[in-house]
Design a protein around this ligand. Structure first.
Ligand code: 2M8
Length: 427
């Protein structure tokens, strides 16, 4: 794969920094103005990596502002509404959570622990680290305990997700069947996303109707974890969340070891990791030679072939038997692609190269897959994904995501996590 350089790296680095500074609302970074005017959970974790090389205190602050919204039960919300904005729907009034700061009632993939480990290892100002690491690590332990206890109360080894927004891969075709079983809301509403972005790149109304039904449902259940686990019409073992959680717990326990934290809570987390390692085979499909999510309501694997199915590399959850099969799938996927990795496999019937999580390419997913490939010693493929990712930046700059075939802009412009990934990983 050849790299297409149209601008100098110095110029791109300056532009990437300017993007983060432009999106900084003081202590937290919005993904992009207008389309997403609040703090998002996994965006902020990724964005902290982007601040790190040029403003260490700001990198750490990104994570502590997110953790300031942690619920008493340990959950770290998917969106924190630090301040009012009319440019996004649904806002705090629809979610109905009364907290300070206001937030949504669901979470997002817990990549924060992996990021904190990287910040810990790479920050030069050790006093900055020492002043806050114990507090942050305890908050992360609480968050991961919440994941296992509340989202896997039956000790299956596979946590569940209650909303496509929780996966962060909102309209992935992986959710199509599971979401069809969710009723639609019966009330009218006005979407704001399609004021900012062409509707052809966004989820359909039928998906929003069901997304909102679930938001209403959580409120009606008074956000009670036990009731929601029992009755939520959408309950999925998301292979992406499971992989990111597993990798995050591993990184968290490594940090704990360095900091001499060894107690009942860390032992419990280690036990939960064993359960996941024993259970992950349930998400493998012999038919596609890939990992898939699993719909616990219908008892079926989610059929679509998506890039989430490669994230077990990041988690270290691919055993020796499956490894050559999954790498063959990846090799095929990468063959002759100037840009990669599409969020849905190009040969999947649900593939749409321009529509959000049904085709476009997302750099932070590429980064996680690359880390996993390197851990497994697949350096050739890791380099292919890195070069393909760099090509996207050279071609189109810092957009939310990229058209899977042309590499053109897709979604919002001047996007924080893409700028952060470029600064931290690519340039
Ligand atoms: C997208 O999700 C939000 C809802 O959370 C939306 O479309 O309104 C997803 O790409 C998600 O992964 C991301 O965290 C968020 C902000 O960038 O936007």
């Amino acid at each position: 794969m050849t790299t297409i350089a149209t601008q100098t790296d110095d110029q791109l680095i300056a532009d990437a920094k300017a993007t983060l500074i432009k999106n900084d609302l003081g202590g937290y970074t919005v993904p992009t103005h207008g389309l997403y005017p609040f703090q998002w959970n996994w965006d902020s974790a990724i964005v902290a990596l982007g601040w790190l090389p040029f403003d260490e205190p700001r990198a750490w602050e990104e994570t502590t502002s997110l953790l300031s919204a942690q619920w008493k039960n340990g959950m770290v919300p998917h969106v924190v509404f630090h301040q009012h904005s009319d440019t996004y729907f649904p806002g705090p009034d629809i979610w109905g959570v009364k907290n300070n700061p206001d937030s949504t009632s669901i979470t997002q993939p817990p990549v924060l622990a992996t990021v904190i480990r990287q910040l810990f290892e790479q920050t030069k100002d050790r006093a900055l680290v020492d002043s806050q690491i114990s507090q942050i690590v305890q908050q992360l332990i609480d968050y991961h305990l919440w994941w296992y206890k509340q989202r896997d109360p039956e000790y299956t080894g596979l946590v569940v997700s209650y909303h496509p927004w929780e996966s962060g891969m909102d309209n992935s075709p992986a959710w199509d069947d599971a979401l069809r079983a969710v009723p639609k809301v019966g009330w009218e509403y006005t979407r704001r996303d399609i004021n900012h972005i062409d509707a052809s790149e966004r989820p359909h109304k039928e998906e929003y109707d069901r997304f909102l039904y679930l938001v209403d449902f959580f409120r009606k259940m008074n956000f009670d974890d036990t009731l929601i686990y029992q009755d939520c019409p959408y309950r999925v073992n998301d292979v992406s969340i499971i992989s990111i959680l597993h990798r995050g717990t591993k990184d968290l326990l490594a940090l704990c070891e360095t900091l001499n934290i060894d107690n009942k809570q860390t032992a419990y987390l280690a036990h939960r990791m064993d359960l996941t390692e024993a259970a992950i085979g349930k998400l493998w499909s012999g038919e596609t030679s890939m990992f898939h999510s699993f719909d616990t309501r219908s008892g079926k694997l989610c059929g679509a072939r998506t890039n989430a199915g490669l994230l077990p590399f990041f988690a270290g959850l691919v055993n020796e038997n499956l490894m050559p099969k999954l790498i063959d799938v990846l090799d095929d996927w990468l063959a002759d692609q100037p840009f990669a990795i599409s969020s849905t496999h190009p040969e999947d019937p649900c593939y749409e190269p321009q529509r959000y999580w049904r085709g476009p390419i997302w750099l932070h997913i590429n980064w996680m897959i690359t880390l996993g490939l390197e851990d497994y010693g697949f350096f050739k493929q890791a380099k292919q994904v890195t070069d393909a990712s760099r090509n996207l930046i050279y071609t189109s700059g810092f957009n939310e995501s990229f058209h899977a075939e042309t590499g053109a802009r897709s979604g919002g412009a001047d996007f924080s996590w893409t700028a952060a990934m470029a600064l931290y990983w690519l340039l």
